[in-house]
Design a protein around this ligand. Structure first.
Ligand code: NAP
Length: 218
């Protein structure tokens, strides 16, 4: 498998990378982001060609088309919060426009499969900015007409040491889906599609929290 990872420096992105880089079935991983990711055995992985890091501002993602070429799958763990972005407008630009622009670039580069970490409750018609943005982003990705789109909709994420206050509070009442679970589940889903495209079901696949946990063996 040859994969491109977007958002590799984030909590989920790091777990996706760890899952991919530890698998002998993965030939090459390209990260695309505004800064490179630090991983164990980095020099060796880069020397072997298994890990390639491409640095670009997301606003210029369309110019990074070559970095997507030859990939079997794009795994997108890119995103932000309204608080981090600073305004609703900035949030939508980052969380939605950049992701859809990346999907359009991947499609032009000929990538057949796009995977995106959305959220439980995502809906383009939601009254909540976050869920509305995720729903509209899903639709923007689907509109590119990939052979396969996998939309993961986890509930609360357990982001380990990177958990935000509100996430830590919520985890008093319920267990979050671990980022390592997300990483394993995405690799499993991508491998399953590569192995047997014919029986992989609908072109657009929604993966709920329970299925993510089952696939990620949590
Ligand atoms: N927290 C939850 O409970 C929860 C639940 C369901 C779904 N989700 C969704 O899951 C996805 C992954 O979450 P996560 O916790 O792994 O996210 P995260 O740790 O905040 O990582 C976000 C990634 O996006 C990149 N990014 C953000 N803004 C950027 C910008 N302006 N330009 C370039 N890169 C930018 C970050 O790069 P830098 O490192 O360079 O900033 C990082 O790689 C998100 O879409 C999130 O909304 C979260």
């Amino acid at each position: 498998m040859k994969a491109v990872v977007l958002g590799g420096t984030g909590a989920c992105g790091k777990a996706i990378l760890a899952s991919l880089l530890s698998s002998s079935a993965v030939e090459r991983v390209v990260t695309i982001g505004r800064r490179p990711v630090t991983v164990p055995d980095q020099a060796q992985l880069e020397q072997s060609g298994k890990l390639v890091q491409v640095t670009t501002e997301m606003a210029a993602i369309a110019q990074a088309e070559d970095a997507f070429k030859g990939a079997d799958v794009v795994m997108c763990a890119f995103g932000t919060t309204r608080k981090q972005a600073g305004s609703a407008e900035a949030f939508k630009k980052i969380d939605q426009e950049y992701v859809v622009a990346a999907a359009a670039t991947a499609k032009r580069a000929g990538v057949p499969h796009f995977m995106y970490i959305s959220s439980h409750g995502a809906s383009a018609s939601s009254w909540f900015l976050y869920l509305q943005s995720k729903g509209q982003t899903e639709n923007g990705i689907i509109a590119q007409k990939f052979d396969k789109v996998s939309i993961l909709r986890p509930g609360l994420l357990d982001r380990g040491d990177e958990s935000r206050f509100v996430e830590k509070f919520a985890m008093v009442f319920t267990s979050g889906c671990k980022t390592t679970t997300i990483g394993e589940a995405m690799r499993e889903l991508a491998a399953a599609y590569l192995t047997d495209k014919a029986s992989s079901g609908d072109a657009v696949q929604y993966v709920d929290d329970a299925t993510i946990r089952r696939l990620g063996k949590q």
